[in-house]
Design a protein around this ligand. Structure first.
Ligand SMILES: [Cu+2]
Length: 193
């Protein structure tokens, strides 16, 4: 219901520079605090645990669960999105492309050590989902990188994405936007404590 308001974004001018993007990328790594998690701890367990946990989306042998995105900070030109993809089939599949009306471009990124610095980089051949296994995209690891955003990602809204797999085809999934430092989708914070 709270679709990302693309119209509202038109007046927002992002000061995008190479440095800005680099900062945003670094930021994704540095922000990991538990302030939000702590804040939710009092909120009544069942209520929080059951909050808006979308049922897994099925696509052939694949199941997509636990979707979420992180709210953007002011002037943050990129955003991260996360899902878990389970392959219940007997053959590997591959996430080959991602699109969203919320951003001009969505890339599939991994984190990798370059020397002693952790950096993100695009997976040019997509992301393999091995037969019988789950692949989890999560903060600090694999992620969907929304670039050239059409507007800020606001907590409480939902960002639609279309995931396209080599074999299973395409499916649209909505990513609920969580706090900027969220580590997991709604309902999972409790389990992490
Ligand atoms: Cu990235």
């Amino acid at each position: 219901m709270n679709k990302l308001s693309l119209g509202a974004a038109m007046g927002v001018s992002f000061l995008i520079s190479a440095a800005g993007i680099a900062q945003a990328h670094d930021h994704a790594q540095r922000v990991g605090g538990s302030a939000m998690v702590m804040a939710q701890a009092d909120a009544g367990d069942n209520k929080v645990a059951g909050m808006d946990m979308a049922a897994p989306v099925k696509l052939g042998d694949l199941e997509i669960s636990g979707p979420f995105a992180r709210a953007t900070l002011p002037n943050q030109p990129v955003a991260g999105g996360y899902v878990t993809i389970t392959n219940n089939g007997s053959a590997a599949d591959r996430l080959v492309s991602v699109t969203s009306p919320a951003a001009a471009m969505v890339q599939i990124h991994e984190m990798a050590m370059e020397g002693d610095v952790m950096k993100m980089r695009e997976l040019p051949d997509g992301l393999e989902i091995p037969a019988g296994q789950s692949v989890t995209l999560s903060p600090g690891g694999l992620h969907l990188m929304f670039m050239k955003l059409n507007g800020p990602f606001e907590q409480g809204s939902k960002v639609p994405v279309t995931l396209t797999f080599e074999k299973a085809g395409s499916v649209e999934v909505e990513l609920p936007v969580m706090p900027a430092n969220a580590e997991a989708p709604a309902g999972h914070d409790q389990m992490k404590m």
